[in-house]
Design a binder for this molecule. Structure first.
Ligand code: GLU
Length: 291
C-alpha cells in the first residue's frame, strides 16, 4: 500500500471565500435552503464572500428553466451572492487544461465500461450505478479498463488511477475524518461516456481555481471529500479548503429529501402564500439528521 497521507495545509489565512453550488436539475427545496443558511452564515461571521456556481455539468439533466427558477427563489429568499455567476457547462476548456498535466503523467485512461457492465460486475441494478451519495451503498469501480490502453476519445469514460492510501482531514462539524478513496470508489471517473465532466472533477477544479477556502455542504457529500482532496493535490492545489458537512433535512428517518418532493419546494411554499421569512424559519427549524 502506498502511503499517500499528507499533512493537510489548510487555507486558514486570508479572506474567506465560500460558495453555493446547486445543480439545475430541479427546483430549490428546503434542503438547499438549509445549505444556503449555513453558507451565508459562515461568510457573514467571517466577513467573507459567497460565490454562486451552477453545477450544470450533467448536460442531459440540467435545464435553463431550473436555473432561472433557482436564481429567482434565491433572490426572493434574500440570498445575494458576490461576483458573477459561473456555469460549469461553460468551462470545458478550463477542465481540459487542468487535466492535461495528469494526462501527461499517464494518470488518466479511457474506460469503455457501460453502466450495464458495471452493474453486472457488482450485483446491483444499473440504476444504482450513478455515483452514490449514500455512504455504504457506493460500488467501487473494479479498474477493469486500467490496463487496456484505450485512447481518451469522446465516446469513452476518462478515469483517474487512484492508488490505495488514506486521506485525513478535519471536518469543522464532524471532527477528524479518514477516507481511502481507492477503496471507496476505485479509479475515479472524471468525464463520462456522454462527454460530461463529472461532479467530482468539476467541483474540485472549480473549488481550486475560485480559491474557495470553505466548502460547506450536506453530509451526503462527506464520502466525496477524500477523493476531492486527492484530486485537488494532483491538479496542483497545495492549501486545502476547510470542510464542513452539515445535517440534512430528512423526509423520514431513513429517506433524505429530494428534488421530487414538491411539497417542500420553495416554489410550492411561495404559491401557498408563505413569506420568505417563514420559509427561512421553517428551514432553520427543520429536523436535520445525520445519515
Ligand atoms: N452541486 C451539488 C449539489 O447540488 C453540491 C456540490 C458541493 O457543494 O460540493 O448538491
Amino acid at each position: 500500500m502506498t502511503k499517500t497521507d499528507h499533512k493537510l495545509i489548510r487555507s486558514t489565512d486570508g479572506p474567506v471565500i465560500t460558495r453555493f453550488a446547486p445543480a439545475p436539475t430541479g427546483f430549490l427545496h428546503l434542503g438547499h435552503v438549509v445549505n444556503a443558511l449555513h453558507v451565508w452564515q459562515a461568510a457573514h461571521d467571517r466577513d467573507g464572500r459567497v460565490l454562486l456556481r451552477m453545477e450544470d455539468h450533467d448536460r442531459q439533466r440540467s435545464r435553463p428553466e431550473f436555473e432561472a427558477a433557482i436564481l429567482e427563489d434565491l433572490a426572493w429568499l434574500g440570498f445575494q451572492h458576490d461576483g458573477h455567476l459561473i456555469r460549469q457547462s461553460e468551462r470545458d476548456a478550463i477542465y481540459r487544461k487542468a487535466l492535461q498535466p495528469l494526462i501527461d503523467r499517464e494518470l488518466v485512461y479511457g474506460c469503455s465500461c457501460t453502466r450495464a457492465q458495471l452493474a453486472a460486475g457488482s450485483g446491483f441494478p444499473s440504476t444504482s450505478i450513478r455515483a452514490s451519495r449514500d455512504p455504504g451503498s457506493e460500488i467501487p469501480y473494479r479498474n477493469t479498463c486500467r490496463n487496456q490502453d484505450l485512447a481518451l476519445t469522446d465516446d469513452v469514460g476518462w478515469r483517474l488511477r487512484m492508488e490505495p492510501g488514506t486521506e485525513s482531514f478535519f471536518d469543522e462539524i464532524g471532527g477528524p475524518q479518514v477516507q481511502d478513496p481507492s477503496a471507496q470508489c476505485g479509479d475515479l471517473l472524471l468525464r463520462d461516456r456522454l462527454g460530461n465532466w463529472t461532479y467530482q472533477y468539476a467541483v474540485t477544479v472549480d473549488d481550486h481555481l475560485q480559491r474557495i477556502t470553505d466548502v460547506i455542504r450536506g453530509l451526503d457529500l462527506l464520502p466525496s471529500t477524500g477523493r476531492q482532496i486527492r484530486l485537488a493535490r494532483l491538479i496542483g492545489r497545495s492549501a486545502m479548503p476547510r470542510f464542513a458537512h452539515h445535517g440534512l433535512v430528512m423526509k423520514s428517518v431513513t429517506e433524505k429529501l429530494s428534488k421530487s418532493d414538491g411539497d417542500t419546494g420553495v416554489r410550492e411554499l411561495r404559491a401557498a402564500g408563505w413569506s420568505a421569512d417563514a420559509v427561512l424559519d421553517l428551514a432553520r427549524r427543520s429536523v436535520t439528521l445525520p445519515l
